[in-house]
Design a protein around this ligand. Structure first.
Ligand SMILES: [Cu+2]
Length: 176
C-alpha cells in the first residue's frame, strides 16, 4: 500500500529526474541568456531574436511595475518592480508578440525563437461547449405536454372503488 506521502515523494523524484535530463539535454548547444530592459514604458530591444533553448532576462528599470505576457498563448512573466528581473527560457521556435501585463498593448515587444517550427498537436476533441437541455416545462403553464392518462387513471380507480362500495352496500342490504 503506497501512502499519499510516498506517492508525493515518488512523483517529486520523477519530476526532478525529468527536469535534470531536460536541462542536461538543453545545455548541450551553448544556451545563452540575453537581456531585455524595460525603461520609460518600453521594452528594449523591442524585437529580440534568440535560439531555441536560450533565456531572456527582463529587467524593469522604471519605478512603475511592468511585466511581459504574450498575446497568443506563449509565456507570461511575473510583474516586476523597479530593479527586479525575471527570466524565461524559450524551448519552442516561433514568433511571440508580447505586451506588458500591467499596461497592455501600449508596451509591445516580440521574441523570435529560431528553429524549425514544431508541429502543433491537434486539440483533443472535447465537449462542444455548453449543452443546455432546457425544456421550460415549469415556465410554460399554458402548455400541457403531459398526456391525459394520469387523470383518467385516477378517475377509473375512483369509479371502481365506488362500484365496490355500492356492491358491498347492496350485498349488506340483501343479507340482513
Ligand atoms: Cu508596463
Amino acid at each position: 500500500m503506497i501512502g499519499p506521502r510516498a506517492l508525493r515523494l515518488a512523483l517529486g523524484a520523477g519530476f526532478l529526474f525529468a527536469l535534470g535530463t531536460s536541462v542536461s539535454a538543453q545545455a548541450a548547444p551553448e544556451a545563452t541568456t540575453v537581456d531585455v530592459t524595460i525603461q520609460n514604458f518600453a521594452f528594449s530591444p523591442a524585437t529580440i531574436t534568440v535560439d531555441k533553448g536560450d533565456t531572456i532576462r527582463w529587467t524593469n528599470l522604471d519605478s512603475a511595475p511592468h511585466g511581459a505576457v504574450t498575446v497568443q498563448p506563449g509565456f507570461v512573466t511575473q510583474i516586476l518592480g523597479q530593479g527586479q528581473s525575471t527570466t524565461t527560457t524559450f524551448d519552442r521556435p516561433g514568433t511571440f508578440d508580447y505586451i506588458c501585463n500591467v499596461h497592455g498593448a501600449t508596451m509591445r515587444g516580440t521574441v523570435v525563437v529560431r528553429g524549425a517550427p514544431v508541429a502543433e498537436t491537434a486539440a483533443p476533441a472535447g465537449p462542444l461547449g455548453h449543452v443546455v437541455v432546457d425544456t421550460f416545462a415549469e415556465a410554460r403553464p399554458d402548455r400541457s405536454d403531459t398526456p391525459a392518462a394520469a387523470p383518467s387513471l385516477l378517475l377509473g380507480a375512483s369509479l371502481a372503488l365506488a362500484l365496490v362500495v355500492v356492491a358491498r352496500f347492496v350485498w349488506v342490504l340483501r343479507n340482513t
